[in-house]
Design a protein around this ligand. Structure first.
Ligand code: SF4
Ligand code: SF4
Length: 385
């Protein structure tokens, strides 16, 4: 890595571990916890009920063999790992969750949630897969049903005022995170993509949204101040890469780590643990807060939406704004929606923009590390600066 990590850098694993202790303390103080897996879950509603939302473990292979006793092997590793952690009771966040909320995003996930419900109460939000007016009204209704489910399950009442407060706070978090991730637009880049993505991922295990926002704002400020002093000494002319596709946290080392070793600068992340959920805010001026939330969440550029041209348009804009030389698309094995959509991604990147493109289909095992490493090295050679 050409740019040193800061002294107080917290790795993803370390952030997750620290979060366990914080979660235990919260539970001892009587907190009620709602586990979730996906960007489509409207966190504002959970927080407005005074409940603690937490992203559940799904990013490594340890529990996949156990999951495969119940699930087909030919299934996305993220789905198998999510279920495996629940089945083996090895995710402390799942253990501490009182309720799990799933969503009907892809087929594998929505069917897996049926099995998960046998282990812990799992409420599944019915996500429509289009962005039509009918779908918008359907999703609005589904957000209201979710609120009512939380009220009934936890015997609480969730006011519109509380939802509005949480919308405003969550919007601040989106804005701060977006500004931090967009540091990658600077040329040369001030900090590595590895650090940028890790701060965001590990930060999700700090359960105070206010703290998380402040940490991101402080780090952005610190980086910008430092950049002014060091700009001239930073290495220029390194290939600038955008990562797109499936959530990459489970393959971070073998793809992001390797790109780093090969001398690339990962400038942007068009992923749901990157900027994808941060680009659009919930409209705080819309009188119907449920409609405002429905609109925002339905516009998330995930490949489960059909059609999904807005993802291709957004990625094209990113290539220009981040001055990218190439795009690496991460496809988790058996993820049909991203895999099919990669046709349009490749077409836009290679034919329209004339940039380098590679599609890496992989799972959480290390068995293909060597092959990926060789393919990435060959990909890097195709980039002419
Ligand atoms: S890729 Fe889509 S379905 Fe998967 S976690 Fe992200 S938003 Fe949810
Ligand atoms: S990566 Fe693809 S298959 Fe896996 S959970 Fe997300 S949408 Fe589903």
């Amino acid at each position: 890595m050409n740019i040193e990590l800061p002294k107080n850098f917290v790795s993803y694993e370390e952030g997750k571990k620290r979060g366990f202790m914080r979660m235990k303390e919260l539970k001892e103080q009587g907190a009620k916890v709602v586990g979730n897996f996906c960007s489509f879950v409207p966190i504002e509603i959970i927080r407005a009920g005074g409940l603690v939302p937490v992203g559940l473990c799904s990013f490594d292979e340890t529990t996949i063999p156990a999951a495969e006793l119940h699930l087909p092997r030919n299934l996305c590793p993220l789905i198998k790992a999510s279920y495996g952690y629940a089945l083996t009771d090895t995710c402390p966040y799942f253990y501490f969750s009182d309720l799990v909320v799933g969503e009907t995003t892809c087929d594998g996930k929505r069917k897996m949630f049926e099995l998960m419900n046998d282990i812990k109460p799992t409420y599944v939000m019915q996500l429509p897969h289009a962005r039509t007016d009918v779908a918008l009204q359907e999703w609005r209704g589904e957000i209201i049903r979710f609120k009512e489910k939380l009220e009934e399950f936890f015997d609480i009442s969730i006011s519109e005022e509380a939802i509005r407060e949480q919308i405003a706070l969550k919007n601040k978090e989106r804005e701060a995170t977006k500004a931090y991730l967009e540091l990658g637009k600077l040329n040369p880049v001030p900090i590595s993509g590895y650090e940028r993505s890790t701060l965001i991922d590990s930060g999700s295990y700090s359960f105070s949204l206010e703290d998380r926002i402040q940490r991101v704002i402080d780090r952005t400020q610190e980086v910008l101040e430092d950049y002014e002093k060091r700009k001239e000494s930073l290495e220029k002319d390194r290939p600038r890469i955008i990562i797109t596709g499936c959530p990459y946290a489970g393959v971070r080392e073998k793809i992001l780590g390797r790109l780093d070793e090969l001398g690339a600068d990962i400038v942007g992340f068009d992923t749901c643990n990157g900027i994808r959920e941060k680009v659009e805010q919930v409209d705080e001026n819309e009188p119907d807060i449920y409609l405002a939330m429905a609109r925002k969440y339905l516009n998330i550029n995930c490949s489960v939406m059909s059609p999904n041209e807005s993802r291709i348009d957004f990625l094209e804009k990113m290539i220009d704004e981040y001055e990218a030389d190439g795009v690496v698309e991460v496809i988790l094995q058996a993820c049909h929606t991203y895999n099919v959509e990669s046709y349009y991604v490749k077409k836009m990147v290679s034919e329209k923009k004339g940039k380098a493109y590679i599609n890496i289909e992989t799972d959480y095992s290390q068995s293909d590390s060597g092959q990926i490493s060789t393919r990435l090295a060959a990909f890097m050679e195709t980039i002419s600066l």
